[in-house]
Design a protein around this ligand. Structure first.
Ligand code: CA
Length: 717
């Protein structure tokens, strides 16, 4: 009955309004607004533009012919200088966007005049719980409110007109390393949000909250907690049978992972909510679900799965697991996109995903039935996905507690990460911001969990560090690729591919003007012909772009907007000077908005100041440096880059003033003197001696690099 009522009210709205030429949401966002979002070309009311998350807008004023006349209409500088990953929302001529540190800004969408801003004042020390920068990917809208998930795990309702807080609720146990970076979704007045933290030992879930008051309505856990019995939900009893749950229970429990940190999609006719589930915690299955002789066992549901649930109750309906027995950080949290298409003569309702594991999946979204999967990047962990939808694994790439390391592709950042794809219905193409970066997985035989701090992955993270040889480093970085792949989901092959100057490029937008828009790590924002991939237009953005663009109209004039600002998981862990063959990638966080004939100009690109590489002499013993290397890999590398090579985003420790002063070093690393900046103290996880060993290791590394590369390096901000 409920479903019938919903369908009826939706069709009434369609009949009375027809296609909305200009946005009119003054009465508030309703079910009908969201279900019919595809017909409202003026606005962008939900994260992926529609519930199907296709990121396709029919707008065509800016098109393959006119795009050469596209220019900057206005821009707005941001007050944060970390990764910017948000999709803006646009309603009634106003643009709303989130930034790093979970802040929100509202602008006049035509002029850029600021309307209000909101800062949830996330404590700086929260940064140490975030695997992948202090990012936020966007808002949800319902009624007269906007909804924001904050890095420290709050869900906040803001008045859309004033930016004032209407209510706020805590969605996670803040004692644990949960973070929220994803955009909430809204279904029938329920705000749906998950969380992240699978690198740190959490147990993943997604939950629904009442839009009126923040009350939690249901919670859906994705992995067992180790105490399942006959009273547990059936879907969770079934999951527990695919684990050795010993490591999940007790005081030393490892959390299990399975966080729902990004993608969701909704089919209003089937009334199914699709969630993308993340990797295991720890990554290494041999520690997470121990089997015989140091191996691991079981598929470990619902890790790396797409799960369909009822949004009204949180009831399980079906699942499809992309990577059974996940052990490589192969999340299935990547963009989930819904479309209808003819496959082998039959009209199918499909769900599509390019998860980290490198295969592009087409699934029947009504039943979860596997239709097809083919690799969209180089893959060596599996040779194929068989007709039952199960990977044919390469056993040499599955590393347990001991044995030889393996170079595995895709690596932990995946063949595609969070960066949204886009779909063009006329071309029947899915545009994938793809990525090729292999990774060394090396066993760590005496690994122990530490849920207080640091990466909990169960591998030796220092094993893949590059040697202190600039030539070799350049060569290795040269193998890391970023591509824009136009993928045909029916034939499961690329129609065309563009190779970018560097990896980790922006999310995508496709339009009725036969265009695809994308920013990139080469500090360009470009438009391509959707059919051929020919580059038709580009803009020098002065900064790497990772966020996806949107498009909207105000008074009949089309705008294209993108939040610029380099950052995220790859950006903070890679050498900022070597990422891009052409020039170092900077973060200049700025909202860029374009229209035909736009003639605004950016200020002159700032030069980044250089800090000298002038470390004290390296006098520590080989043993001390080795201990420091191990601790560095576990506790420091995720923010300050492996082998302390320094990103352009966070402090380059080789150039730190504290390096020459053991006491200052302890004040920061042990006592947490800089915790408000995100650099907490590690006294719970390491002794003073171990922290001093890290200093010795960084001094050693700085001296190595001073020898091989006298050139000054870009200073961190
Ligand atoms: Ca992960």
């Amino acid at each position: 009955m409920l479903r019938m009522g919903l369908a009826l009210s939706a069709s009434l709205v369609l009949a009375s309004c027809g296609m909305l030429e200009t946005g009119d949401n003054a009465e508030g966002i309703t079910n009908a607004t969201l279900i019919n979002a595809g017909d409202n070309n003026a606005d962008w009311v939900t994260h992926g533009r529609t519930y199907s998350e296709q990121r396709f807008s029919p707008l065509n004023q800016v098109n393959a012919e006119s795009v050469s006349n596209l220019g900057l209409a206005w821009f707005a500088d941001m007050d944060t200088a970390r990764g910017q990953e948000a999709t803006p929302l646009v309603m009634d001529g106003r643009l709303y966007v989130t930034t790093a540190w979970s802040k929100v800004k509202a602008y006049d969408a035509a002029t850029g005049a600021p309307l209000w801003d909101y800062d949830p004042e996330v404590p700086g020390e929260t940064a140490v719980k975030a695997c992948c920068d202090t990012v936020n990917r966007g808002l949800a809208a319902w009624d007269d409110k906007l909804f924001l998930g904050t890095l420290d795990g709050r869900l906040i309702a803001l008045n859309r007109d004033s930016g004032e807080v209407e209510w706020e609720t805590i969605t996670v146990d803040q004692e644990q390393s949960y973070t929220v970076t994803g955009a909430p979704r809204v279904i029938d007045g329920k705000i749906i949000i998950g969380n992240g933290g699978a690198e740190f030992g959490v147990r993943g879930y997604v939950a629904a909250y009442d839009a009126d008051n923040g009350e939690e309505l249901w919670r859906f856990y994705t992995v067992p907690e180790g105490s399942e019995d006959d009273g547990s939900p059936e879907y969770m009893q079934a999951a527990a049978e695919t684990w050795n749950t010993d490591a999940l229970a007790g005081s030393d429990a490892i959390g299990g992972g399975g966080t729902v940190w990004d993608s969701m999609a909704y089919d209003p006719e089937l009334d199914l909510l699709y969630i993308g589930v993340g990797n295991g915690s720890p990554w290494n299955r041999a520690y997470r679900s121990p089997g015989e002789d140091g191996t691991g066992e079981g598929d470990n549901l619902y890790l790396s799965s797409i799960v369909a649930i009822k949004p009204s109750t949180g009831e399980y309906v079906w699942h499809y697991q992309t990577t059974p027995g996940e052990t490589w950080d192969y999340t299935a949290t990547q963009h989930i996109m819904l479309a209808d298409m003819e496959i082998e003569g039959e009209k199918r309702q499909v769900l599509m995903q390019a998860p980290k594991n490198g295969f592009f999946y087409v699934i029947d979204r009504a039943t979860g039935e596997f239709i097809s999967a083919k690799p969209y990047v180089s893959v060596n962990w599996a040779s194929e996905i068989d007709e039952n939808g199960r990977p044919v694994e390469n056993p040499e790439t599955r590393i347990d507690k001991t044995g030889q390391p393996a170079l595995v592709t895709p690596g932990a950042l995946g063949g595609h990460n969070w960066h949204p794809m886009a779909f063009h219905p006329d071309e029947n193409l899915v545009y994938i911001p793809a990525f090729e970066a292999a990774m060394v997985y090396a066993p760590e035989s005496d690994w122990k969990p530490d849920r207080a701090r640091g990466f909990n992955v169960g591998f030796d993270l220092g094993a893949g560090d590059l040697p202190p040889d600039l030539g070799i480093r350049r060569e290795i970085y040269g193998t890391v690729k970023g591509m824009l792949v136009a993928w045909d989901p029916v034939t499961q092959e690329p129609r065309w591919t563009i190779e970018h100057p560097g990896p980790w490029n922006g999310g995508l937008l496709a339009t009725g003007g036969n265009l695809v828009f994308q920013g990139n790590s080469g500090s360009e924002f470009s438009a391509y012909n959707a059919a051929s991939g020919d580059k038709l237009w580009s803009f020098a953005a002065q900064t790497g772009i990772v966020a996806p663009p949107i498009t909207y109209t105000v008074d009949g004039e089309q705008y294209v907007a993108v939040l610029a600002g380099w950052g995220g998981a790859y950006a903070i862990t890679a050498d900022g000077e070597l990422i891009n063959a052409q020039k170092p990638v900077k973060n200049i966080s700025r909202l860029l908005v374009f229209k035909l004939g736009g003639d605004a100009e950016l200020p002159t690109e700032p030069e980044l100041a250089a800090l000298p590489l002038d470390p004290p002499a390296s006098r520590a013993s080989t043993e001390t440096i080795a201990l420091g290397k191990q601790k560095y890999a576990r506790y420091c590398a995720v923010c300050h880059a492996p082998a302390a090579v320094g990103s352009t985003l966070l402090p380059d420790l080789r150039r730190s003033g504290a390096l020459s002063n053991a006491k200052t070093w302890q004040t920061v690393v042990h006592d947490g003197a800089l915790k408000d900046n995100g650099m907490v103290g590690f006294s719970d996880s390491m002794s003073k001696g171990e922290i001093e060993a890290i200093r010795a290791y960084v001094i050693h590394r700085a001296n190595e690099d001073k020898t091989i590369d006298g050139a000054q390096k870009v200073a961190s901000k």
